[in-house]
Design a protein around this ligand. Structure first.
Ligand SMILES: [Zn+2]
Length: 443
């Protein structure tokens, strides 16, 4: 347990431990992207980073009433950023035996239809946000359902925990059961009302959320573009090119399109703050459009493996200069743990004849995710002035992890063992704006 040197409720807090964060992308800067203090101190004032440095020198600068939490023996890293997740699919994780389109019909739409009940939405939102914190995730970009109040539920849960979170009402006005269908007009009206109620309130942001091209009419996609135009600064989230049958379906529904991604491009939905999950079956022109418009990709490894969708091409995304973050994509994904998601991302890269270094993986889960959400001015690393969301990782969380890390001689090796062997058990504590929002074992 962390030892508190003083019990004062001062607004300056300091956290001592091994501190790791990134000042840029290791794919571009190599080891120069890394900032590492083997014995460091992170100073937080009023919820923001006030200083970061070696322990001895930094402790000397603190006033006597500063509270110092001792996390020596553990790693302090920026809070994880999950760039694609469906909070309403919390209960349908681990649903057997289907690929994307059948899986949506059989499991997803019935699970999302249950959100007609606001009580159910609130109960799931509470569980989901607690699980994010338990897994060290401090920011997420989340799909709700077609029900307007499902967005209120997740924003209220995030707001109570002071979390930085982006969410939106799912827009689907065709090719889905009536229980989860809206219309182009009600979808637009509800989204507009939600933006006015929530966007920019505390740490919350709104994302216009068409599920994917085949479940929206052209009128609905047109209105998505209008919402973005009318509300500068809001996000957009959707899916693209996840599964081959889905890609073929989109070609039937939009016969005029050059590609699946081109449908979104046509309606002005490729832009900064737009995040597309999966991006597996794309071509060079698609990638060029994503790079040129500033749209980001969410690499959802556990979901892509679980649903048998395909292998994300990280090297091609990097070569094209596209922003990439990691997504858990619950419930197609199989874990809310970003550590496990990093491990599966590594394996996907291996299958594709590529690699994912531990520095690159931790970058993608922190500053890279923040940059793909265009939130890197606020979160993602420990630059002075940023919001102090961070995770305390325990390298001795399990006997095998402890044993492996005992034999690690470099930081890279230690981080790699944590991402390959770690999960929620390796998350000792999660801090939001400096305050401890979760501690393992609940002490
Ligand atoms: Zn998804």
């Amino acid at each position: 347990m962390p030892a508190q040197v003083t019990a004062s409720a001062a607004n300056v807090q300091a956290f001592r431990g091994e501190i790791v964060d990134f000042v840029g992308d290791p794919a571009l800067l190599g080891a120069g992207a890394l900032r590492h203090h083997a014995d460091g101190v992170l100073v937080v004032r009023d919820g923001r980073v006030a200083a970061l440095g070696p322990a001895k020198a930094t402790l000397r600068t603190l006033s006597q009433d500063a509270v110092v939490t001792d996390y020596r023996g553990k790693l302090i890293v920026p809070g994880f950023v999950d760039t694609h997740v469906h909070y309403a699919q919390t209960d349908m994780i681990a649903s057997y035996g289907a690929q994307l389109l059948e899986w949506l019909e059989r499991y997803t739409f019935p699970a999302e239809a249950r959100f007609k009940d606001p009580e159910h939405a609130h109960e799931v939102a509470e569980f989901f946000t607690d699980e994010l914190l338990r897994n060290g995730t401090t920011t997420a970009m989340a799909f709700a359902t077609t029900h307007k109040h499902s967005v209120d539920a997740i924003f209220e849960a995030a707001r109570r925990r002071s979390m930085r979170l982006i969410a939106g009402k799912v827009l689907m006005d065709r090719n889905v059961p009536k229980a989860v269908r809206d219309t182009a007009q009600t979808g637009y009206d509800d989204s507009k009302a939600l933006i006015e109620a929530w966007h920019g309130r505390d740490r919350l942001g709104y994302a216009v959320t068409p599920r994917f091209a085949p479940t929206s009419t052209e009128r609905q996609l047109d209105l998505c573009g209008k919402l973005l135009e009318e509300h500068p600064g809001v996000h957009l989230q959707s899916h693209v090119a996840e599964n081959k049958s889905e890609v073929a379906w989109v070609a039937e529904v939009y016969p005029w399109s050059r590609s699946y991604l081109d449908v979104y491009d046509h309606y002005g939905l490729l832009c900064e703050r737009a995040v597309y999950a999966h991006c597996i079956h794309l071509d060079a022109e698609d990638r060029q459009r994503m790079a040129a418009t500033g749209a980001a990709m969410s690499f959802c490894a556990t979901s892509n493996l679980f649903l048998g969708s395909g292998l994300f091409d990280l090297a091609a995304a990097h070569a094209a200069g596209i922003r990439v973050g990691l997504g858990t994509d619950i419930g197609g994904g199989t874990t809310l743990s970003m550590l496990r998601t990093m491990a599966e991302s590594y394996k996907v890269c291996q299958m594709a004849g590529q690699t994912l270094s531990p520095l690159q993986a931790f970058y993608l889960a922190t500053l890279g995710g923040a940059a793909s959400l265009y939130l890197d001015a606020d979160i993602g690393n420990f630059d002075v002035g940023k919001e102090a969301d961070f995770v305390v990782l325990d390298p001795a969380a399990t006997p095998h992890l402890a044993r492996r890390i005992d034999r690690a001689t470099t930081l890279d090796e230690k981080l790699f063992a944590l991402m390959i062997l770690g999960d929620d058990r390796a998350v000792h504590a999660t801090h939001i704006l400096g305050s401890r929002a979760h501690v393992r074992g609940g002490a």
